[in-house]
Design a protein around this ligand. Structure first.
Ligand code: FE2
Ligand code: FE2
Length: 166
């Protein structure tokens, strides 16, 4: 891979691991409230983010580049209410989408076609992730005080189950 891509890729590994751990913090918040479906949803999201980080690790190794395993910054462990927690998750996904877009732009500028091709999977993935989190936030707002409606929605939503396997 092109030299200019290495630091940004390492930073992306950090972002994906940060997202993974942040989602565990959000899952714990819901678990404590007894909202087991929401908790499971965020534990699954955490696994997915770890898988994203590992995709970058593997791509760098395959490209004869040594990835750096990052430490993660301070995470948010307390939330005002369920909508606040999911809004935080949505903001995080939007930030990651911007980061992926920047990586794609850089790969084009550098003429790094292998990196560009690798990143396309993440372009598609981020559209899904933002959409999933937006729908969840809307559902929480519509449910108002009855969070069991949200639990029911998460349990039924086949997209969540499909994503868990992806
Ligand atoms: Fe991710
Ligand atoms: Fe994500």
């Amino acid at each position: 891979m092109k030299q200019a891509m290495i630091n940004p890729f390492n930073e992306q590994i950090q972002s994906e691991f940060t997202a993974s751990q942040q989602y565990i913090a959000i899952a714990i918040y819901f678990d404590e409230m007894g909202l087991v479906e929401l908790a499971q949803f965020f534990y699954r999201q955490s696994d997915e983010e770890r898988m994203h980080a590992m995709k970058f690790v593997q791509f760098m190794l395959d490209s004869e580049t040594r990835p750096l395993v990052p430490s993660v910054p301070e995470l948010k462990n307390s939330f005002n209410n369920p909508a606040d927690a999911v809004q935080f998750a949505l903001d995080q996904e939007r930030k990651v989408t911007d980061q992926i877009d920047n990586l794609v732009s850089l790969s084009l500028a550098e003429g790094d076609h292998a990196s560009n091709n690798f990143l396309q999977w993440f372009v598609t993935e981020q559209v899904e992730e933002v959409a999933t989190m937006t729908t969840l936030l809307q559902t929480i707002r519509l449910a108002g005080d009855n969070l069991l409606l949200v639990e029911d929605f998460v349990r039924r939503n086949p997209q969540n189950a499909a994503e868990a396997e992806a």
